[in-house]
Design a protein around this ligand. Structure first.
Ligand SMILES: [Zn+2]
Length: 655
């Protein structure tokens, strides 16, 4: 009862009388009150008093005669009271028993709280805006004090007044109807009281609103009264609470489940990266699959914070830090084993964008024969480059070109119990049995430099340097090769010749480069045509133009394209293949380096003397075999010179 205001101290009889009253009152249908002659002449309350035989018609007629003679207007009920024909108590009693037929406007008028002009003005405002309740208008127009209205409705009519601000609303009962319904009918259910539902109405005399409440809660309702502004505020509060709860509901368990669900979905779909990014109105999750970002799922924007915190816990990042970029590592246990994720938090205007790179994925470690090198190129790479006991082997390409996978395939290929392989990687992306892999961790001062200083003292046969990023790592690679080690490393350049030029520009002596570098492999990953929906493709004149080919130069090609199907998520592509440019240095190229020739000249010599097939040409061969498409070749591969005819290329790579 603490939340119910019972003005006038007569709370007991009010509450006790309500259920009966309510039930009885609401049993009767809600007709528009038909103004009978008595009501029309004397008003609703007096008509009730006469019909209830609380006063006699003659007394009313006498009072009416007095009223007409008064210099200033006075409510008839006032005169009846002054004449002691009726008491306040009897009026209240009559009103309460008959309140179903009363309307708030005439009630206030007859009780003398408002004037007929005020009421008329309020009616006019209401006619202009039907959503407004009469009581609300009377209050907002200052025709009646809000507290007075409360008092009249509660004291005179016996409606309980509910201060919603301090009232707990039973959410289960509230959930019985849509929010819009409450908004339309200006009421809010509060709680169950025995078999009854206590319902606060903005106008407990409005039979349409009462009828609406009965539709939802049945006959057994206790109509109470609350200010419309408070009803609106309470409804808003619940709406907001529901939104907040949606995120609170994602408590630790469910948030953890959500995050795990995303990682597992990525794992099952050959995804390389997970992007979780807060946008203005949602949290978007996308997967990079076969090199292309695809939409995975959206989450409510309120989930962002909890998900970010959860991922930060998983990778031991700083939860409290939200204004700086961060990184971390997750070792994720799942039924198929352990997944390794490298996580990056990047601060954006809408919050932290999270990218998780999936390392150590199932099927990531490919046999050398599976990486996509065509037969003759593969043979040369294996038998002329990888086999050499010392020297630097460089795999080059931009981020996401698959060079790390190729390095692992190489390591896997040369791995044997007779040799010692040691790595410095940032980070270790795939653990291979039998080799000593070190993950660079600058956080604990395990830096690249520090690691490389120690690596040669480990008596290795093969050194794997994750990436040549600076002068120092380039020097280490070259000097290790000079002292008889085989060095495998990666570089971040467009093509194979670019790798050599970069080394030259890193202040490494040309003679050191020419005498230590065995080969440079440039690579890219191209999407493969989906085998489920592939169909032959006839190149257009535009295709020939973009490819720089005359149609006769592509004779014998079987171009294909995927139509798009459920298997490939309607992209026409499924999986990826490597495209390679293999430069094995020969005397002519070594001399060109010593003479510090331009990249154009070195390229020309490489193509002429070493049998180098460019990335673009290797792509053409694969497109002509229906493995990938012309579109992919044009999208992903640099075209540095006019490609040679298909027949020539096929001979060179052994396709
Ligand atoms: Zn398909």
């Amino acid at each position: 009862m603490d939340d119910v205001m019972e003005p006038g101290g007569s709370s007991n009889d009010i509450t006790e009388s309500i259920p009966d009253n309510a039930d009885k009152a609401l049993d009767t249908p809600a007709p528009e009150p038909q103004p009978d002659p008595l009501t029309a002449k004397y008003g609703e309350i007096i008509a009730i008093l006469i019909r209830s035989e609380y006063i006699a018609l003659e007394q009313v007629e006498y009072a009416e005669r007095i009223r007409k003679k008064l210099p200033s207007p006075k409510p008839l009920l006032e005169i009846l009271k002054e004449l002691k024909y009726i008491t306040d108590g009897r009026v209240r009693e009559a009103i309460r028993t008959n309140r179903v037929s009363l309307r708030i406007g005439s009630l206030l008028l007859e009780l003398g709280y408002i004037s007929a002009d005020d009421l008329q003005a309020a009616f006019e405002i209401q006619a202009g805006d039907k959503s407004k309740k009469l009581g609300e208008i009377l209050v907002s127009q200052n025709y009646i004090d809000e507290r007075k209205l409360v008092e009249i409705l509660s004291l005179q009519l016996g409606f309980r007044y509910v201060e919603l601000e301090f009232t707990h609303i039973d959410r289960l009962i509230f959930a019985a109807a849509p929010v819009k319904f409450y908004e339309k009918h200006n009421f809010i259910p509060i709680r169950k009281e025995d078999d009854y539902v206590l319902v606060a109405f903005a106008d407990p005399l409005d039979q349409r609103d009462i009828g609406a409440a009965r539709e939802v809660f049945g006959r057994k309702i206790i109509p109470a009264f609350a200010l419309k502004s408070e009803i609106n505020a309470a409804i808003e509060k619940i709406k907001r609470g529901a939104q907040a709860r949606r995120s609170i509901d994602m408590d630790e368990d469910s948030i953890a489940g959500l995050v795990n669900g995303i990682i597992i979905a990525a794992l099952e779909n050959r995804v390389s990266d997970i992007h979780i990014e807060p946008l203005q109105d949602r949290l978007r999750v996308r997967f990079r699959q076969d090199g292309v970002l695809l939409h995975h799922k959206d989450f409510p924007v309120d989930a962002a914070q909890a998900m970010t915190s959860r991922i930060k816990i998983m990778c031991q990042a700083d939860i409290a830090e939200k204004r700086r970029h961060q990184g971390g590592r997750i070792f994720f246990d799942h039924t198929g084993g352990q997944l390794d994720l490298r996580v990056s938090f990047y601060v954006t205007v809408y919050g932290e964008k999270i990218v998780m790179r999936l390392l150590n994925r199932k099927g990531q470690l490919l046999e050398l024969s599976q990486i996509g090198m065509l037969p003759r190129m593969l043979d040369r790479f294996r038998d002329e480059a990888l086999i050499s006991p010392s020297g630097v082997l460089i795999i080059t390409g931009p981020t996401g070109s698959g060079k790390t996978s190729t390095v692992y395939s190489c390591i896997n290929h040369i791995n044997s119990p007779q040799i010692s392989i040691i790595t410095a990687e940032e980070p270790v992306e795939y653990i291979i049995d039998g080799i000593a892999q070190c993950s660079i961790n600058p956080k604990i001062n395990l830096t690249f430099e520090e690691t490389l200083r120690h690596i040669v003292r480990q008596d290795p046969d093969v050194i794997v340097i994750g990436e040549i990023r600076d002068n120092y790592s380039a020097e280490v690679a070259v000097h290790a090769a000079l002292t008889g080690h085989k060095v495998l490393t990666t570089f971040h350049t467009e093509d194979s010749i670019g790798g050599l030029i970069r080394l030259l520009n890193m202040d490494i002596e040309a003679f050191l480069i020419s005498s230590t570098v065995v080969c440079v492999v440039a690579q890219r990953l191209l999407r493969k045509v989906c085998p489920s929906c592939e169909m032959p493709y006839q190149p257009t004149s535009k295709d020939f133009q973009f490819l720089s080919y005359a149609p006769t130069e592509l004779l014998g090609a079987n171009f294909k394209k995927g139509r798009g199907c459920g298997q490939c998520r309607h992209t026409g592509y499924l999986g990826r293949t490597g495209v390679f440019e293999l430069l094995i240095l020969d005397e002519l190229v070594r001399n060109a380096i010593l003479e510090r020739k331009t990249s154009h000249e070195i390229r020309k010599i490489s193509v002429e003397s070493t049998g180098l097939v460019t990335l673009f040409e290797d792509g053409i061969v694969k497109a002509a075999d229906g493995i990938t498409t012309i579109d992919e070749v044009l999208r992903c591969l640099p075209k540095l010179q006019k490609p040679r005819p298909l027949s020539t290329l096929r001979r060179l790579v052994g396709a």
